[in-house]
Design a protein around this ligand. Sequence first.
Ligand SMILES: [Zn+2]
Length: 119
Amino acid sequence: MAVTCKEAESLVMPYIRHELEVGQLEEFLEHIDQCANCREELEIYYTVEVGIRQLDSDTDTDRYNIKGDMESDILASKQEVYKARFVSILHYAADTLVVMSLVVTLILQMRIWWQNGIF
Ligand SMILES: [Zn+2]
């Protein structure tokens, strides 16, 4: 399910503040990758937000690369999404293994019962 530009815009600030849950994050990043307008929107908000934060600190603004910072932030977010996806695959695999081993145990148990003439 893809997000619209309107939805993506409403996710910009929560994204910058790292408030998005993984599902939203994934949709937002997907949209940002495809939509130049929203990416630009993000850049503007990001610059403002980081700029304000810098006013509070004594960081050397000349050496500070906001755009590069945003890019690496986006990259980190993507890795977060991949990691979450990987973990959910692992969980799924683990669940499947548990069910399979239960089934195998049951089959073996039934064989034992069958061999003992219970059935
Ligand atoms: Zn858009």
